[in-house]
Design a protein. Structure first.
Length: 466
């Protein structure tokens, strides 16, 4: 066996990709990708009633948004049912499993009696050691022969050693009487066949691990490294739920959070590397390990997410930023940018990307470049505009006409003009924001003028004094 790391994400397709699932996927992706390993995707669609193709689609889209690419085909667990049954039959042939003919009524009667006698109600099948010659011609399930004494130890990389007394394990059913495999068998067979070396998943599956171990041991298969990560809680310390806000990973795309910020934030939900809060994908890939995963539930904190997102927007490449903003607009069902708007936005990006925590915030600052004339000031801007006379704006026009069109040149020309008028430039800035953007909060007046160019700046000035 090679020592290449193989991880997997194994969602059940019963809804969108939720925050917890996205974090599990990210941890598995980081662990594998950071070690030159493989990251596989298995859709656990054995529950035919609850699984839908739409949910699978939503999970794939969510992962795509987050950039969590997987290796190879998407594996359907349901499609592998024959292989799961084959393993149950192999265990049967090897005497590690048996046919159990007990009916529901018999099992219920067994439990009633055990209860009455004050004994454990774990079902002990009379067929475990029965001579096959005594088998009736009747429906049966296949049960595994669970160890009955000693202990099972799960060596978990997050939880530590978790010990379960074997007398607390029953002879779990592997194959139902209709021949269909149970989920627990499917997971183990799939993980083994897929060559999974590390199982990183929510700690709601810790109990399953003990039962899954039985199958590994009966088959003589290598047990993967387990890492059961604590669930995510809301800011109030209670299990994350709808009342804490959005739960679907993609809802965050539609709210305008950049994927890189989301990845950074999700990585920090339950994992840490010293005091580092903000980091790049490269750093996360280099640093991520199982030792840094905490034992107590992480709390979801929207403020922290926003802060990290702002830092990521600030360092993003402008072309990539434009591309992601266009994807955001589509995800949020907002009108797309025209080619010209996209180009203008990209040109203006240098003065927009600092201090915008989300794409809506960035686009609000971009209003001046996305809007075409005539610029209609909003209420605040209109007030600012009313604080100066048309006369001043008229007088300003030739100075703008003659200014040298560089940041320094514009600063010099406007400051000199303000001084000659006996006012501070600050007094002029509000009205100019209104003229150029129709807004009170904008990038600096000089940056707006530079981005708009002389002609457009003059046109907006002349619109305003009309
Ligand atoms: N399908 C399970 C879930 O969505 C995950 C099982 C596993 O990771 O072993 O919770």
């Amino acid at each position: 066996m090679s020592d290449q790391v193989v991880t997997r994400f194994a969602p059940s397709p019963t809804g969108f990709l939720h925050i917890g699932g996205a974090r599990t996927a990210l941890f598995n992706w980081l662990y594998a990708r950071g070690r030159g390993g493989k990251f596989l995707l298995r859709i656990e669609d054995t529950d035919r009633e609850r699984s839908t193709p739409e949910a699978t689609e939503a999970i794939l889209k969510g992962m795509e948004w987050l950039g969590l690419d997987h290796d190879g085909e998407v594996i359907s667990q349901f499609a592998r049912a024959d292989r799961h049954a084959e393993v149950a039959h192999q265990l049967l042939a090897e005497g590690k499993a048996y046919k159990c003919f007990s009916t529901q009524e018999e099992i219920a009667a067994f439990r009633d009696q055990a209860r009455a006698e004050g004994k454990s109600t774990l079902f002990r099948s009379p067929w475990r050691d029965a001579d096959p010659a005594t088998h009736p011609d009747a429906p049966f399930v296949i049960r595994i022969k669970a160890p009955q004494d000693g202990v099972t130890v799960i060596r978990d990389r997050v939880q530590g050693d978790v010990t379960i007394r074997n007398d607390q394990l029953d002879d779990m059913i592997l194959l139902r009487s209709d021949g269909t495999p149970v989920y627990m068998l499917a997971v183990v067979v799939d993980d083994h066949d897929m060559g999974v070396t590390h199982v990183i998943r929510g700690d709601d599956h810790l109990n399953n691990a003990a039962r899954q171990m039985m199958i590994y041991e009966a088959m003589g298969w290598d047990v993967p490294v387990w890492a059961h990560i604590p669930l995510i809680h809301g800011p109030d310390g209670k299990k994350l739920s709808k009342r804490h806000g959005a739960l679907g990973a993609q809802e965050y795309q539609a709210m305008g959070y950049p994927a890189a910020g989301m990845r950074n934030y999700l990585a920090r939900l339950g994992w840490s590397h010293g005091d580092d809060e903000f980091f790049t994908d490269e750093q996360a890939l280099e640093w991520f390990d199982l030792d840094g995963i905490g034992k107590s539930p992480a709390r979801f904190d929207l403020k922290k997410l926003e802060n990290l997102c702002g830092q990521h927007i600030a360092i993003m490449d402008v072309a990539a930023l434009r591309h992601e903003i266009e994807a955001y607009l589509a995800a949020a069902n907002l009108p797309p940018l025209t080619e010209k708007q996209g180009d203008d936005l990209q040109r203006a990006m240098y003065c927009l990307k600092d201090r915008a925590r989300t794409f809506p915030e960035l686009l609000e600052k971009a209003h001046f470049v996305l809007q075409s004339r005539p610029i209609v000031p909003d209420e605040k801007a209109a007030k600012a505009l009313a604080s100066v006379s048309d006369g001043i704006l008229n007088e300003l026009t030739p100075h703008v006409q003659n200014a040298s069109w560089t940041r320094d040149g514009l600063e010099e020309a406007l400051n000199a003009f303000a001084e000659a008028q006996g006012m501070k430039f600050g007094k002029l800035a509000g009205p100019l924001r209104a003229v150029l953007a129709g807004r009170a909060v904008t990038p600096s007046v000089f940056d707006m003028m530079l981005v708009l160019g002389r002609e457009e700046t003059l046109a907006r000035l002349s619109d305003a004094v009309k």
